[in-house]
Design a protein around this ligand. Structure first.
Ligand code: SF4
Ligand code: SF4
Length: 362
């Protein structure tokens, strides 16, 4: 950090460098803040005159990635679950496998064999396999707990950044102001800093490219569309009294199809970029975490679209069970994997918007 703060060659690449330049020293909270501002575009590695094989061996993307992982572990709720960030790919894989096996076993033991293995069409066919109330209780509880855990992690991170009082003595408040939140949301939604300063990331190699930004957009917005599909389906069920399965042309299914396609193309693109990327600026400790989350999203979308395509065949019962098992695995591991980066990055971007606005010398 001190080398970069003296050099400042990369200050046009992203928010990390201007935020760094507002500081004269770097405590743990500052490092966690800078690490979560970093989008890992790797421009500062490819453009660095002090990168390996130079004796300084400056490798900022890798160092910030390591600090980022530690910040996830430090802010986890409950605290003991922070250990899940170590060997995260293995942990997420094992948890998902257990959840999936439980769903399949539960369906085989408890469901009506005719509903599980037979051809069932029309209203209520899904709920003959797994009752609607069971789905609501299980997924409502898992999603609610995940949101609580992510909320606590974000608050801990915000407080850990030293967001309350600047070293100049000026109190900047305990929460982001509305304008800062709006700025942060805009920067996160557009991936403003995943462009290497304008030309694109130097990812997967030295040549600037917007590929990662587009694949990330497809993944993130695909996820949001699938979430929107679930919300609209819930409205159909409780508000309009219309039970699934819905017509292919209905709003929830159209949203689900569009989201599912995004969640296939985006993750495959991200996996391909990871496969061909220069490994030197990458943090080997993060590989499993990133890959596990991407594979989980991919499995969710593939099984969801397969269920849609085969919902009027004898495969529907098992496909529904497998899809819901994978979605439950995703929900359970949301606060203890890659998904947390969205929350902490948003908080870091809000902090940066506040600092930028006030032009503080921290
Ligand atoms: S990454 Fe290298 S070139 Fe960029 S500011 Fe740091 S030391 Fe300078
Ligand atoms: S990797 Fe990209 S986002 Fe991260 S510090 Fe370097 S230039 Fe900034």
């Amino acid at each position: 950090m001190n080398i970069c703060n003296a050099c400042r060659y990369c200050e046009g690449h992203c928010a990390v460098f201007p935020a760094m330049e507002m500081r004269l020293s770097f405590g743990a909270g500052d490092l966690a803040y800078l690490a979560n501002l970093c989008h890992d575009c790797r421009a500062c590695y490819q453009h660095c005159q002090y990168a390996p094989p130079h004796e300084f061996a400056v490798n900022l993307p890798r160092v910030l990635s390591e600090v980022r992982s530690l910040s996830y572990e430090d802010t986890a709720w409950p605290r003991a679950f922070g250990r899940l960030y170590r060997a995260n790919g293995l942990a997420v894989g094992i948890i998902t496998a257990i959840v999936l096996a439980t769903f399949v076993t539960g369906a085989v033991v408890l469901a009506d064999p005719a509903a599980l293995w037979g051809v069932n069409r029309g209203v209520g066919s899904f709920y003959a396999v797994i009752p609607h109330n069971v789905m609501v209780v299980l997924f409502g509880a898992a999603f609610g707990l995940a949101m609580i855990a992510l909320g606590v992690a974000t608050v801990r991170f915000w407080r850990g950044m030293g967001a309350g009082v600047a070293t100049s003595g000026e109190n900047i408040g305990t929460g982001p102001c509305v304008a800062a939140s709006a700025r942060a949301l805009h920067d996160a939604a557009t991936l403003r800093y995943l462009d290497g300063g304008g030309d694109g990331c130097t990812y997967p190699g030295e040549a600037p490219s917007m590929a990662r930004r587009w694949f990330h957009h497809l993944t993130a917005y695909g996820f949001l569309l699938c979430f929107a599909a679930t919300c609209v389906a819930t409205l159909y069920h409780y508000g309009l009294g219309i039970e699934a399965p819905y017509a292919v042309t209905s709003v929830p299914v159209v949203l689900g199809i569009l989201g599912g396609i995004g969640l296939i193309v985006g993750p495959i693109g991200l996996l391909w970029l990871r496969h061909v990327a220069d490994p030197v600026p990458a943090d080997p400790g993060r590989e499993g975490m990133d890959a596990a989350f991407i594979f989980l999203l991919l499995a969710t979308s593939i099984t969801g679209l397969a269920l849609l395509a085969l919902r009027e065949t004898a495969a529907m019962g098992l496909l529904l069970t497998v899809h819901l098992g994978i979605v439950m695995g995703l929900f359970v591991t949301l606060p203890y994997g890659k998904f947390v980066h969205g929350f902490l990055r948003l908080a870091a971007l809000a902090r940066y918007a506040i600092e930028k606005k006030r032009g503080q010398a921290l």
